[in-house]
Design a protein around this ligand. Structure first.
Ligand code: BES
Ligand code: ZN
Ligand code: ZN
Length: 504
């Protein structure tokens, strides 16, 4: 699926299908070839303009240049239009085109009807909806799937009273949304992959694929981590035959003034280790790398030029600690004490609380190596966040409210909401151990499982501005919403991209 703006060559796009995004107050202010036909469809009484309502009209051969079919997808009340409605409407338009079976179609909309949304945001939401609406994971099968329609959507905007600047911003949004949509698809693909396929080495190989663009990619191997004293991360990996990797992706634009680190948990399969998980749903623990998936998705987009047009520039470093968590004769045991690279000793009371152990070294490495102005980490860290917040909103905690606000704003702009949970000294105290500096789980009597995970991580960032986003609820299992069906959501790629664009 590709999203394009009209070019001379693409007048053909509308011959098979033209789909109008229409609000309740539509006046069909679109070009002549479609306008009259649209008005005729309206007169039939079958054309619905409520949110996501799709209608399709097959046209008898009409005036020259009229499309064979006219599709309509409703936006509801234009005054209350928002990006989520647009993203969903675009996904519905794509699915309608797929049902019709066309490879090339046109999406038409009028700026006057979209103006409740910023032009850039409207373009981005439409492109994201079109791309993500087309997404289906292609599992490895003996029989190759029948022809996947390689669709192209040509998005034609009529600027109406909004003028050329609105259109320019809209088209920049379309480009940004295409890059973000493709990056989200890339993330969904590796996240959905089986645990034996998407190993730490595979994640590292995917990252290496970005090298040579505007990014530098470096992989730290286990022997490098040993030299650095990353025994918190290596302790998790001990029980697995798959070598752990620390994936580093560095976008350092010339003249950058600030540095941020984006860290993602890349646990490619979490069996729980010696504190083994129950077997029901254990297969879902292949998704335990979705924090890493989000960071890889972000860099997929950066490599494709998502930040080309923004300034002032910020250096963005992506860090994905990646490992399996398996039980084995050599696996770490409950009660073992390990030492992280910053010297902190950790009593591993539960080997299933492993995400925080691999993140501890990744965060300490980020602080020491890059001295960043801020850090954000994303992790499928706790089942508790699903109990607290469910699948539609992620939990965010940290040591700086302004940083957290910025992330929440970016999430809202992407329609990937985050909700702040407290992280107070009392929570940090819960993580102190009698047998080491810290223990990796709090006493069950405390409850607050999600906050405890964040409290543990907070020890490894020192005074650095930092936030932690627990995406265990949002990474998969959310309700279907036109641009998401099931499986991995490619969560947080859109949010991170918006946050990175807003950095200054
Ligand atoms: N990867 C899991 C968290 C998880 C569980 C995500 C279920 C999504 C669904 C994490 O490594 C884990 O096992 N956490 C434990 C922590 C506990 C031992 C303190 C959990 O949530 O049960
Ligand atoms: Zn675990
Ligand atoms: Zn885990």
């Amino acid at each position: 699926m590709k999203v394009r703006t009209p070019t001379q060559k693409q007048v053909l796009a509308r011959q098979e299908l033209a789909t109008l995004l229409v609000s309740d107050s539509t006046r069909f202010d679109v070009d002549e070839a479609v306008k009259d036909g649209a008005k005729r469809c309206k007169r039939t009484g079958d054309l619905k303009t409520s949110r996501r309502a799709a209608s399709l009209f097959h046209r008898p051969a009409g005036a020259r240049g009229e499309p064979k079919r006219l599709g309509f997808v409703g936006l509801g009340d234009a005054k209350n239009l928002d990006t989520e409605t647009l993203r969903r409407a675009a996904a519905v338009a794509q699915q309608q085109a797929e049902r019709v079976g066309v490879d090339l179609f046109e999406v038409l909309c009028c700026a006057d009807e979209l103006k409740a949304v910023e032009a850039f945001d409207a373009g981005a939401a439409i492109a994201e909806g079109l791309l993500l609406g087309a997404y289906r994971y292609q599992p490895p099968r003996k029989e190759k799937p029948k022809k996947r329609s390689a669709q192209t959507a040509v998005v034609r905007l009529f600027d109406g009273k909004q003028g050329a600047d609105w259109r320019k911003a809209f088209e920049r949004g379309l480009k940004f949304g295409s890059i973000g949509g493709e990056a989200t698809i890339f993330a969904r693909d590796i996240e959905n992959m089986a645990g034996n396929h998407a190993t730490p080495s595979r994640l590292a190989d995917e990252a290496k694929g970005f090298a040579g663009t505007n990014l530098k990619v470096k992989i730290l191997e286990e022997k490098d981590m040993e030299k650095l004293g990353m025994y918190s991360l290596l302790g998790v990996s001990r029980g697995s035959v798959q070598p752990a990797k620390l994936i580093l992706m560095d976008y350092a634009p010339r003249g950058y003034k600030k540095t941020v680190c984006v860290v993602g948990k890349g646990l490619t399969f979490d069996s729980g280790g010696i504190s083994i998980k129950p077997s029901g749903k254990m297969d879902e623990m292949r998704y335990d790398m979705c924090g890493g998936g989000a960071v890889l998705g972000l860099f997929h987009a950066i490599a494709a030029g998502a930040l080309k047009d923004v300034g002032p520039k910020t250096r963005i470093v992506g860090i994905v600690p990646s490992s399996e968590n398996m039980p084995d004769a050599d696996a770490q045991k409950p009660g073992d004490v390990v030492t992280a690279m910053d010297g902190t000793t950790i009593e591993v009371l539960n080997t299933d609380a492993e995400g925080r152990l691999i993140l501890a070294d990744a965060l300490a490495y980020a602080v020491k190596n890059y001295e960043p102005d801020s850090i954000v980490d994303l992790a499928t860290l706790t089942g508790a966040v699903v109990v607290a917040l469910g699948h539609e909103v992620a939990g965010v905690m940290g040591n700086d409210d302004e940083h957290i606000e910025d992330l929440i704003d970016a999430g809202d702009a992407a329609d990937e909401p985050n909700w702040q949970l407290p992280l107070w000294p009392a929570h940090r105290d819960q993580m102190k151990s009698n047998f080491a500096d810290l223990k990796n789980i709090q006493s069950p009597a405390h409850g607050n499982g999600t906050i405890a995970g964040a409290a543990f991580l907070s020890y490894f960032v020192g005074d650095t501005t930092w936030a932690h986003i627990d995406i265990a609820g949002t990474a998969w299992g959310g309700r279907a919403k036109d641009y998401y069906r099931s499986g991995a959501a490619g969560t947080a790629v859109r949010m991170l991209l918006r946050w990175c664009r807003g950095l200054s």
